[in-house]
Design a protein around this ligand. Structure first.
Ligand SMILES: NC(=O)C1=CN([C@@H]2O[C@H](COP(=O)(O)OP(=O)(O)OC[C@H]3O[C@@H](n4cnc5c(N)ncnc54)[C@H](OP(=O)(O)O)[C@@H]3O)[C@@H](O)[C@H]2O)C=CC1
Ligand SMILES: CC(=O)C(=O)O
Ligand SMILES: [Mg+2]
Length: 763
């Protein structure tokens, strides 16, 4: 993995270091997965229902009718990701155990992008019979089998035999997922360069799982076999070659005089790299036809970098398998959505019709006008159909409603669905609801900042977590971090971390800064009638890093700031607001990202201990506006201990007044209250007890009656559930400044630094 350098010509985004990747995997509960219960198991009654004796009922019903397993168990939404680690990405045979991070990652992607549950199974055998038996006997637990990173040619035999034996979809992702996504990209790249697939000349480097499947799918889509030349470690697969061959390679051997990749590429239209890092040279690229199409898909490092390919041939279209370059041709765009569609119609298999439908849906999506929230996310990328955007971005919210529908319809038409697809339009709507728009929006916020990088001050620059966050900020392409602190202290901390401070991070020592006088004068001008003498201002600028950092932002020497790790929230806020004034009502907005109920915004989580009615109404309006910016349709609930007058109390009075104020102001978003949190979040409860309530779904903006309740809710929930809490994000400052909670970790600091930078992008 490339480490830390980033220069102006580097168009890559979201870069991470190996150290960061290790830290992420080790943090908290190691790995990326855990099991979550979908039913309560609290009381003896729960136990009697979920386990003995109650569990006997579904067992007996399933015994009588196997199809009922889909009604009474997780089978229908559960996919096994199975590998023996013989071809882990492009890293080679790392063995079963070392493949586990990738397999956990695939399960995570299934969940994140298509709400498919999964389990990684790393099988410690290279024996085909053992592998096949192991998987076939596990079949009853799963609705589908996703084979992953098993090397050729064993993968072909394993998949074929399992498909014959099992009545659920068995899909080797590296073969078919890759082929589907690469085919979609090629359809569009050929269109852009005026090529007809029937006459296009393709060279594939690699003759393993992914390569053979790509060649087969492209043949099925109209490419001529003689126009596809495949190479492996021994060179071209030509007719008559005997060395290093097998029956799958032989099926793709062609009549040609070319013997090496270099010779094969002379005049070729397209290169597919499904081999190893660095296999394609600039000289080879220069020998290709006009407007060459280069898909360097080896992971984690491509056959050629986009920078090198573009330098050799500025007219090329280049794609890689990575998330940090434009045009990611990676099976992540395929397997989550293909299984989603297959599972939803209980397909017995994933056939060619379903694969082609998926490829076409992907290709068509890239050609459509890009919705605003996706278009504005481009970091140096042109997110309009063209050479830099031939395939949708993995975070495109339209993928979930398009690809599974195409796959499910193809399954029904080709006769492999065991459940009808009654109303495709309704199915598409249900699919959209499976995706958490707000969680997606966070990625778009990050992308937006990458597109307009900002100079952000990290006020507590001597702290290790702050330094780590600043490095991640810089490596992520969000802009230039400025650490406030003493250079020798910062360097000592960095040395203690066992790393070097990368270029592109600035250090400003508040005590020695040449700007101090300017900052002190600015502060004096502002505060002279609030009891501050000039020397007080000088002392504050010299000694209080929050004041110094805030002056940098206020005077335009930086775009945004983040602080708070070492000070109490109120102390940090006092320092910052002595320089940067609030605009209107200042409040804290916390984003609770919960898988089950979606994202919920909570306000005010930072400032007002007991907000009055006008303040509550303003907070609600501004929180609703923030929800809209995140792509949510706001449903605002004013929370209380009482619901619509029962029981009575003082606080509900001011809440009711706030609701009335919004009504008289003609607020253009759903709002209601006062109500308990359960009533707000459970529309069924509301429908039964309070049918007059005006909210049309679960509340997604919770306006809290006071700081006590807000603080307790947002601090307790992440510990009690799997929800993630981001914030409080300070809303209503006249310049972008964010304050983390005392003792915040690297990710929290980075999150708020990025959000501060985003506020700078928008202002
Ligand atoms: N972007 C994406 O979505 C995907 C990318 N890939 C990438 O494709 C690559 C191959 O994966 P997969 O097919 O599963 O693995 P396999 O092990 O099945 O196949 C690897 C193939 O690469 C060939 N190869 C290795 N080194 C070279 C070289 N220097 N020159 C030419 N050929 C070479 C091997 O040749 P030989 O037969 O002679 O040993 C073999 O045919 C990996 O880098 C992987 O990350 C895979 C799936 C998806
Ligand atoms: C993306 C993937 O599956 C691979 O590189 O193996
Ligand atoms: Mg793979």
């Amino acid at each position: 993995m490339d480490e830390t350098r980033k220069d102006a010509s580097d168009t890559r985004t979201a870069r991470v270091t190996g150290e960061e990747a290790l830290a992420m995997h080790a943090e908290g509960r190691p790995g990326k997965l855990e099991t979550r219960l979908t039913k309560p198991l609290v009381t003896a009654r729960d136990l009697s229902l979920a386990y003995s004796p109650g569990v006997a009922e579904p067992c007996l019903h399933i015994h009588r009718d196997q199809r009922l397993a889909y009604d009474y168990t997780s089978k229908g939404n559960f996919v096994a990701v199975v590998s023996n680690g013989t071809a882990v990405l492009g890293l080679g045979n790392l063995g079963a155990l070392a493949s586990k991070p990738v397999m956990e990652g695939k399960v995570a992607l299934f969940k994140r992008f298509a709400d498919v549950d999964g389990m990684d199974l790393c099988l410690d055998t290279e024996d085909v019979d053992e592998f096949v038996n192991c998987v076939r006997f596990l079949g009853p637990s799963f609705g589908g089998i996703n084979l992953e990173d098993i090397k050729a040619p064993e993968c072909f035999v394993i998949e074929q035999r399992l498909r014959e034996m099992m009545d659920i979809p068995v899909f080797h992702d590296d073969q078919h997922g890759t082929a589907i996504v690469a085919a979609a990209g090629l359809i569009n790249a050929a269109h852009l360069t005026g090529r007809d697939l029937a006459t296009t000349r393709l060279v594939i480097n690699g003759a393993g799982a992914a390569s053979i499947a790509c060649a087969e799918l492209l043949r099925a889509m109209g490419m001529r076999p003689e126009n596809i030349i495949m190479c492996d470690t021994k060179g071209v697969l030509y007719r008559g070659r005997t060395e290093g061959m097998n029956q799958w390679k032989s099926a793709h051997a062609v009549e040609t005089t070319a013997r090496t990749l270099t010779q094969a590429l002379e005049g070729a239209d397209v290169f597919f790299g499904l081999s190893v890092k660095g296999a394609l040279t600039q000289e080879m690229v220069q020998a290709m036809a006009d407007k060459p199409i280069i898909f360097a898909m080896a992971n984690p490092d491509p056959e050629i970098t986009p920078e090198d390919a573009k330098a050799a041939r500025p007219d090329c279209i280049i794609a890689t398998g990575r998330s940090d370059y434009p045009n990611q041709v990676n099976n992540v765009l395929g397997f989550p959505f293909i299984f989603r569609g297959a599972l939803d119609v209980r397909a017995s298999t994933i056939n060619d019709a379903m694969k082609i439908a998926a490829a076409q849906a992907l290709a068509e999506l890239a050609r459509e006008a890009v919705p605003e929230e996706v278009a504005r996310s481009g970091a140096g990328m042109r997110l309009a159909f063209g050479p830099e955007y031939i395939i949708p971005n993995a975070f495109d919210p339209r993928l979930i409603s398009r690809v599974p529908v195409a796959v499910a319809e193809a399954a029904v038409k080709s006769g492999v669905a065991r459940k009808p697809l009654v109303d495709p339009a309704r199915y598409a709507r249900e699919l959209t609801n499976r995706l958490d728009e707000a969680a997606n929006a966070l990625e778009h916020i990050h992308e937006r900042v990458r597109a307009e990088p900002k100079r952000t001050v990290f006020a507590e620059g001597e702290e290790e977590n702050v330094i780590r966050a600043a490095i991640a900020y810089r490596n992520g392409g969000y802009g230039t971090p400025v650490l406030v602190g003493r250079e020798d202290r910062i360097n000592a901390t960095v040395a203690g971390m066992g790393i070097r401070l990368p270029d592109g991070i600035e250090i400003h020592n508040a005590r020695l800064s040449q700007d101090n006088r300017r900052y002190a004068e600015y502060l004096y001008e502002k505060r002279q009638r609030d009891g501050y003498l000039f020397r007080d201002c000088q002392r504050l600028v010299n000694q209080d890093r929050n004041v110094f950092a805030a002056c940098m932002v206020a005077l335009g020497d930086a775009d945004a700031m983040v602080t708070g790790e070492t000070r109490s929230y109120s102390a940090a806020l006092e320092g910052v607001t002595s320089v940067i004034e609030p605009e209107g009502v200042l409040f804290g907005l916390t984003m609770m990202v919960a898988r089950r109920s979606g994202t919920v915004l909570v306000a005010d989580t930072a400032i007002h201990e007991r907000p009055d009615a006008p303040t509550l109404a303003t907070i609600a309006r501004r929180a609703a506006a923030a929800a809209k910016r995140l792509g949510m349709e706001p449903r605002v609930a004013f929370l209380s201990f009482s619901t619509f007058g029962d029981p009575k109390g003082i606080i509900p009075g001011s809440i009711r007044e706030a609701v009335k104020l919004l009504d008289t102001q003609g607020a253009d978003f759903e709002h209601d209250g006062e109500m308990g949190a359960d009533v707000a979040l459970d529309p069924n409860l509301r429908a039964t007890l309070y049918p007059f309530s005006r909210l049309t779904g679960p509340a997604n903006v919770l306006v809290m009656p006071g700081l006590h309740a807000a603080h307790i809710l947002t601090k307790a929930v992440p510990h009690l559930t799997s929800a993630t809490s981001i914030g409080p994000v300070l809303m209503g400052m006249s310049k972008p400044a964010q304050i983390v909670s005392t003792g915040a970790g690297v990710n929290q600091i980075l999150d708020l630094a990025t959000l501060a930078a985003y506020q700078a992008v928008r202002s």
